[in-house]
Write a protein that binds this ligand. Sequence first.
Ligand SMILES: [Zn+2]
Length: 239
Amino acid sequence: MTDDSQLSNVMTRGAPEAHQRALILKRRCAHCAEPVSARILLKGEACEGCGRVSRWQRDADADALILALDARWSRRRWWVYGILAASTFATGMFPLAATLLTVAAMIYARLAIIRSPLQWFDPLRRFTSRFTLRLWMLITGLMALVCNELLTLVPWANMPLKMLASVLFVALFVEGSIFFLRGRLRRAASGDSSLQLWEWGLPLGLTGAALGISAAAVAATLFIIEAAQGLWAMFLGWI
Ligand SMILES: [Zn+2]
């Protein structure tokens, strides 16, 4: 046993292994409990506060981290879906209300559910992941906008239909983001910081999709306006 680990054993006597692991999963030093960067833990570098090394157990800790985040995600997302369903049902007859509530739910989910795991990533993976998730929010938000505003035109059933559409698109955003994060987190927590090609390709593809959906939404709006004007002119011609 080295002097260093003997010292470490003396200093942490009474602090059981489970407590140390819990600290590490909260991105804290296992010895002095100071917050440390993910890089220091994942690469086994010395703590900037006390100079000791918190040992990251590659596979075991990667699993435990994802389990802890899963528990946190599942606690919060049912509240988001429940409140969103009730509020979009109640405001279903008004234009834009359901869309605004949908966007608000996405922003809340982003802050409360999706943001914190990004801190475990290297700068490059954090950049591509954040960009990917923002584009995913833009795309699901645009689809919710188009869908909800078209449903305003269905006067007898717009409340339940808007509720369904809003929950569907928020769930698509949240569950898609969690699926993506779980995979990236497992890779990062297993100590592999290299980006795969598709981690660059996905945000580029989503940018194209976002542009395509925006163009389609504008074209559809112009078409509806033109069709309405044509009908109106025909109607005026008749009378
Ligand atoms: Zn420390």
